[in-house]
Design a protein around this ligand. Structure first.
Ligand code: UDP
Ligand code: MG
Length: 137
């Protein structure tokens, strides 16, 4: 059993596809263990994406992630980290497999609808960044 941090980014919330995204995760055997909506500040988004702070897209990405509310989830299941990343598709929607969330809904490499942790280490950091233990069920 593994846990991963999943985010419906501001573009996904604006497109009114929160339910569609959760449905895809649940249909693939993942369980929602925690769920909330927040509108974070730029500083909060910069802290979340601190691993990317030297990347050229850091400022634009963190502006985007704080432009409107996001839906945060902890998803739990066998192989949850890789499973979520497969359902999401590649970072750039042009490279994403057909039928993945990013292929179906994303506008471009930045505004790509969803986030999912990429390793057990990042999942631990990311879950603790947004959720306290009493919010995870
Ligand atoms: N991103 C971007 N330009 C890039 C690469 C990434 O704007 O060239 C954004 C995009 O929103 C991506 C996020 O930064 O989801 C984090 O990048 P990462 O490489 O971790 O991709 P992910 O793990 O989300 O697929
Ligand atoms: Mg990543």
């Amino acid at each position: 059993m593994q846990r991963t941090l999943s985010i419906v980014k501001p573009d996904g919330v604006k497109k009114n596809i929160i339910g569609e995204i959760i449905k895809r995760y649940e249909a693939n055997g993942l369980r929602v263990a925690a769920l909330k909506m927040i509108h974070q500040t730029g500083d909060e988004a910069r802290g979340f994406y601190i691993v990317h702070k030297e990347r050229p897209f850091y400022d634009s990405l963190t502006d985007f992630m704080s432009e409107g509310p996001v839906v945060l989830m902890v998803l739990e299941g066998d192989d949850a980290i890789d499973k979520v990343r497969k359902i999401m598709g590649a970072t750039n929607p042009e490279d994403a497999d057909k039928g993945t969330i990013r292929s179906d809904f994303a506008d471009n490499i930045e505004r790509n609808i969803v986030h999912g942790s990429d390793s057990p280490e990042s999942a631990s950091y990311e879950i603790a960044y947004y959720f306290s233990h009493i919010e995870i069920h």
